[in-house]
Design a protein around this ligand. Structure first.
Ligand code: PHE
Length: 348
């Protein structure tokens, strides 16, 4: 039996030492993979040794081959052991990182706040419910008939230009005011009747004081002998309920196709230190006879008043918000100030 030459013996031993040293130095799975390639890979040191067998005398080859294979198996075994250790360590580290420390203080869940526009609509609805009104939630996608025609806007009448309307396909539009609710409600209710219609409306304008979407609250009362005096009292009652007994209201003559006479409603916006300005809140007037007729209500027998107020404008005064755009920037520093503000139950 041939004896391995001392030189080969030394070479095998030094590769073995080198491999074991690198394995024990490998600190993670990536380093380990490098060690594997270095020794066991297709171009690794042990593979090189096997390849060099061909240059040995034939009778030495089996013995040397067996020695190299043993070295290969030994390194492979050690590599696998190291891999298992490293994987265990990685798992432990991950678990340690994920451990929940139940002694830490809990995190506060933020409590949301109702939007000021919702708050003021609730307040208005609650007030009018107490005065015996219905609250009617009407549609936002509307036909020309309910947004204009039944409200006495003749086709091609310039009054239609007063409101820049968003038109949809199929002859539909986004309602430009809540006055559509007047018609739907009167089609389904006989006078005497009292209703408010709060909701979203849409117009094609956007500037510091106008938004393409905003809210109105429509009011409609039809009864016997309903007059401008009733309208003024109702508006004043609403203003005083919302803004206190000292709030001031101003009516200016105006024009709407669906009311006659018509008025613009202004509110005094007290900005503090005796300063302030008039803010236009909306329109109002006595229901035009043609509107009653469109709903099969006899204008000889019945009369009514209607108003339409800008809800954001009311909220500006109620909450002293100087810029209408603040309602829709969703800045939590603004909105969180309404946390805890009173929400009126619709029936309180
Ligand atoms: N619909 C009118 C507007 O949006 C407001 C209004 C409502 C005026 C009811 C009179 C009566 O400008």
């Amino acid at each position: 039996m041939a004896i391995l030459s001392g030189e080969l013996q030394n070479q095998l031993e030094s590769i073995r030492q080198e491999a074991l040293a690198e394995l024990s130095a490998a600190s993670d799975l990536r380093a380990l993979e490098e060690v594997r390639i270095h020794f066991l890979g297709r171009k690794g040191k042990i593979k090189d040794l096997l390849k060099s067998l061909g240059s040995l005398p034939p009778d030495e080859r089996p013995l040397v081959g067996a020695q190299v294979n043993r070295l290969h198996d030994e390194v492979e075994l050690e590599l696998n052991n190291t891999r298992i250790n490293l994987e265990e360590k990685a798992l432990e580290a991950r678990l340690a990182g994920e451990k929940i420390d139940i002694s830490l203080p809990g995190r506060d869940a933020d409590i949301g706040a109702f939007h000021p526009v919702s708050l003021i609509i609730d307040e208005i609805a609650s007030l009018f419910l107490r005065m015996g009104y219905d609250v009617y939630d009407d549609r936002e996608i509307e036909t020309d008939y309910y947004n204009f025609e039944a409200l006495n806007f003749p086709a091609d009448h310039p009054a239609r230009d007063m409101q820049d309307t968003f038109f949809l396909d199929g002859g539909l539009l986004l309602r430009s005011h809540t006055s559509n609710g007047q018609i739907h409600y009167m089609e389904n209710h006989k006078p005497p009747l009292k209703v408010i219609v709060p909701g979203r409306v849409y117009r094609r304008d956007s500037d510091p004081t106008h938004l393409p979407m905003f809210h109105q609250v429509e009011g409609l009362v039809v009864g016997k002998g309903v007059s401008m005096a009733n309208l003024k009292w109702t508006l004043e009652t609403m203003m005083k309920a919302l803004f206190g007994p000292d709030s001031t209201l101003r009516l200016r003559p105006s024009f709407f196709p669906f009311t006659e006479p018509s008025a613009e409603v202004d509110m005094w916006f007290d900005t503090g230190n005796g300063q302030g300005r008039w803010l236009e809140m909306g329109g109002a007037g006595l229901v035009h006879p043609n509107v009653l007729l469109a709903c099969q209500i006899d204008p000889e027998e019945w009369s009514g008043f209607a108003f339409g107020m800008g809800v954001e404008r009311l909220a500006m005064i109620r909450y002293r918000v100087p810029d209408i755009r603040m309602f829709y920037e969703n800045d939590v520093r603004v909105l969180e100030q309404f946390r805890g503000a009173r929400r009126y139950s619709a029936f309180s």
